[in-house]
Design a protein around this ligand. Sequence first.
Ligand code: PEP
Ligand code: MG
Length: 327
Amino acid sequence: QVSLLSNQRSLTATTLDGTRITLMANIEFPQEAEHCIQRGSDGVGLYRTEFLYVGKSTDPTESDHFDAYMTVLRILGPEQPVTIRTLDLGADKFSNLPWAPPAEKNPFLGLRSVRLCLRNLTLFKTQMRAILRASAFGNVRILFPMVSTLLELRQCKMILSEVKEDLEEEGIAFQRNIPVGTMIEVPSAALIANNLAREVDFFSLGTNDLVQYTLAADRNNEHVASLNNPADPAVLRLLKMVIDSARNAKIQANVCGEMSGDPLYTQLLLGLGYRQLSVTPHNIPEIKKLIRSVTLSDAEQVAQDALQLETARDVTNYLREQMRKIL
Ligand code: PEP
Ligand code: MG
């Protein structure tokens, strides 16, 4: 493992036939930025910001946010992308803060994520101000989670414009053209990806939620774990729709759920057309090694074949067989 680490760090994630894949890291705490460097990532594809709220008795201030973002930017330097996701609280990510949503009967279908932030604009704007201020110091991208309708995305973008105007009036520096992305992690968003693609700079596919909502199988419930399967043909079709929409609109699409860190799916995702993957830092060397062992033309054939299969079991068996051929 140690030698794989040091051998892989300086190599790029390039397929055998020369296509450069952007292999980024998912982080949950600022200190993890060090692991991104150690493992040779191409930046941060997903910076979860829930840690600023979970287990805290008071709301983080704008400077708490700013400091957390600057820690990562200082470690990664000004070039590497750092994708900061706005607060994704609710469902399985609880907070005891006074404004947190009351206990809900169906928290995964309730007031979580941007739904919560759009009801608490002070909180939303505080975070946006810090993200925008940090954007003056590096390659920062802002990402909205759990968007399920076009209007919701437009509301988020409108708030962002208001915050930009405020900063401008105050003479505070920020990146005016900060790239704006939406997570695609709700089936409704995947189905209207062509419309969403016209209004953002990039997509980030949250397959953990996308799989659970598509199959109606709780990602944390062991009794339905066999249904919660990224290899399900329904998931594959959505992934294909989304990448087709992204490519038509000429925007980037990054896969950042657990699926992208599982080597079983690397060929499939590349073959479908994805050129950006974001995985936990730990998985970077293994996924990079795999990317460097496949050709895009083989991967495209794998994706085409997998899309024809009728059950998750068939897809899994087929992908295992294909993986054995390259390892
Ligand atoms: C996802 O849903 O796949 C995702 C990346 O977001 P989270 O796991 O934080 O819900
Ligand atoms: Mg999610």
